[in-house]
Design a protein around this ligand. Structure first.
Ligand SMILES: Nc1ncnc2c1ncn2[C@@H]1O[C@H](COP(=O)(O)OP(=O)(O)OP(=O)(O)O)[C@@H](O)[C@H]1O
Ligand SMILES: [Mg+2]
Length: 246
């Protein structure tokens, strides 16, 4: 299988890292072996969300610079043995070129069912690196105009980079707020503007935020985790309806 999935958004703060962690945990629950690579160079956060920050000695830039072997930069998550993590460099001066990153992921992916890549906000070189090895992409957006503009831009960018298998995740959705804002008639209009098929609608879930920001993403149930379980099954090709309806 060896699917490599990049999680992208254009605009910052839409929930890319949250979706990466939620999806990876849910894929492991589907008995898949997963490598989650943080490619947000200079702004890494996956290590904190999965409570392994104290263990990280080497990151992906150490691999490409020859400071360590590939295996030395891969860390098992604390609570799920089938979820492995590779951190992004802590500093921005360690940028990685797209071709070198792709080569590294190509070497690694045979050992996993899925490789999930967290990308930085924006359309720049950091994003191009994150997207280089991808077979498919998830665009994460919030249902508001600034975020949606980012989603449209990143969709175009992904296609220019040769990634055509793209699905949409609408995250942090609050129906009451959405209706009060009245920027769009309904969610179908949002999906039409972005022009990408919806694969998951994740509700606003304060409990999810508290869990993920405190480093125990794998441990608890929350309404949004149910959606990630459904997303993981859909990623695996199981035909299940959306967990949270449009
Ligand atoms: N469904 C949700 N419900 C409630 N809070 C959420 C949800 N998804 C994400 N958040 C919160 O929103 C904030 C931003 O999320 P996250 O860090 O995942 O975004 P990001 O797109 O990775 O940001 P960046 O562009 O800075 O990397 C975090 O505080 C996170 O806990
Ligand atoms: Mg992030």
């Amino acid at each position: 299988m060896n699917d490599v999935i990049v999680v992208a958004s254009g605009k910052g703060g839409t929930g890319k890292s949250t979706v990466c962690v939620g999806l990876s945990v849910a894929l492991v629950k589907q008995n898949k072996k997963v490598l989650l690579i943080d490619c947000d160079c200079g702004m890494r956060g996956i290590d904190l969300m999965l409570d392994v920050e104290k263990e990280i000695l080497f990151d992906c830039s150490d691999v490409v610079c020859g400071n360590c072997k590939l295996a030395d930069a891969i860390y098992p998550s604390r609570n799920l043995s089938e979820l492995h993590i590779m951190a992004a460099p802590f500093d921005t001066d360690n940028e990685i070129s797209p071709s070198v990153f792709k080569q590294m992921v190509d070497e690694l992916k045979g050992g996993y069912d899925y490789v999930v890549i967290d990308s930085p906000a924006g359309l720049g070189s950091g994003f191009e690196t994150a997207a280089a090895p991808a077979d498919r992409a998830l665009i994460v957006t919030n249902a508001e105009p600034t975020s949606i503009r980012g989603a449209v831009k990143i969709r175009t960018k992904l296609k220019n980079l040769g990634v055509f298998d793209i699905r949409l995740v609408i995250n942090r959705f609050d129906r009451k707020q959405f209706e009060q804002n009245a920027c769009y008639k309904d969610l179908d209009e949002v999906i039409d503007v972005i022009g990408v098929r919806l694969i998951a609608l994740v509700p606003y879930d304060g409990r999810l935020s508290a869990m993920f920001q405190n480093g125990y993403a794998e441990l608890n149930w929350s309404p949004a985790m149910t959606v990630f379980d459904c997303l993981a099954r859909r990623i695996c090709g199981v035909k299940v309806p959306l967990a949270y309806k449009v």
